[in-house]
Ligand binder design. Sequence first.
Ligand SMILES: Nc1ncnc2c1ncn2[C@@H]1O[C@H](COP(=O)(O)OP(=O)(O)O)[C@@H](O)[C@H]1O
Ligand SMILES: [Mg+2]
Length: 347
Amino acid sequence: MRLKGEIPVENEEEGEEEKGRDVNSLLRGVGFHQPQKLVVGYALTSKKKKSFLQPKLLGLARSKGVFFVAIDLNRPLSDQGPFDILLHKLSGNEWCDLIEDYKQKHPEVIVLDPPKAIRHLHNRQSMLQDVADLDLSEYDGKVGIPRQLVITKDPLSIPYEVTKAGLSLPLVAKPLLVDGTAKSHELFLAYDQFSLPELEPPLVLQEFVNHGGVLFKIYVVGESIKVVRRFSLPDVTKCELAEVAGLFRFPRVSCAAATADDADLDPSIAELPPRPLLERLAKELRRRLGLELFNIDMIRQLGTKDVFFVIDINYFPGYGKMPDYEHIFTDFLLSLVQNKYKKRHAT
Ligand SMILES: Nc1ncnc2c1ncn2[C@@H]1O[C@H](COP(=O)(O)OP(=O)(O)O)[C@@H](O)[C@H]1O
Ligand SMILES: [Mg+2]
């Protein structure tokens, strides 16, 4: 069952993991059908597997009856499992069909998350559309997106399009599609109009918003949210804008932290956005996007206390950098099945 164009998912079992069939027969064979015994089939890249399925998570999950089982993409899905939950970060057409097919045969399975909903985040225009549609005015603060423009064709037309749309320099140029490749995260800062035709469409051109060099990463796992501060790009002064010309490739500043311990900056560097605002934002986006596992990159406009811009949303981010993700994730998985169990018994 090798999928065309899919990210290869390694299947080697590691010390801390259980083999799919063994676990299932172990659980079901001895009559464990309580909802708290969970088998989570996962299809993740080896990189994601390494950062997410850390021994601490596996150990804690196992102690609460949650078992992670690698899905073998070379074997039919229906020969594996049964799974209570499918956890994945794949979205090709064939994989979508396989998940649909599995769901038809096993209507009880919970898919984290629906491939079609994940796909919505693979386009930098559609990913921010739901934020643009939100009205959170009754909460302490304003959340929007920077003014932006999509360019799909002729790079020579960019200066004209930018003027027509009334966008101000400097502009951040981002590849329109986010496909997991390094290239799709290659961003440029354009200081002047003349450099714009050098860019390669399809892309999104977004106004650069000065934000004091601090970015908020909001991790969402179902109803739980955690926010950490990261260094971001420094502000661009008017002086610099007048003097500098050309296109500059972005350094990947916000990726620098390796673990949750060094992920959050000193609290004195920036006050966190108001909690009610974040909770509302996360809740609305969960509902509108139809996703449970994502993170939001947000900045606070320089010189304001409560004007925020969402600049990026990622599916299944590096949760290894989310403080306490082991507990949050395990409890989330358990709660999903418990809620379903409760609902079934309530009807
Ligand atoms: N509109 C913007 N204004 C200011 N800084 C931005 C803007 N867009 C992106 N950045 C900076 O660039 C970084 C990467 O941009 P992002 O849209 O998150 O792309 P990626 O997909 O590479 O994470 C952000 O973390 C932030 O530091
Ligand atoms: Mg980002």
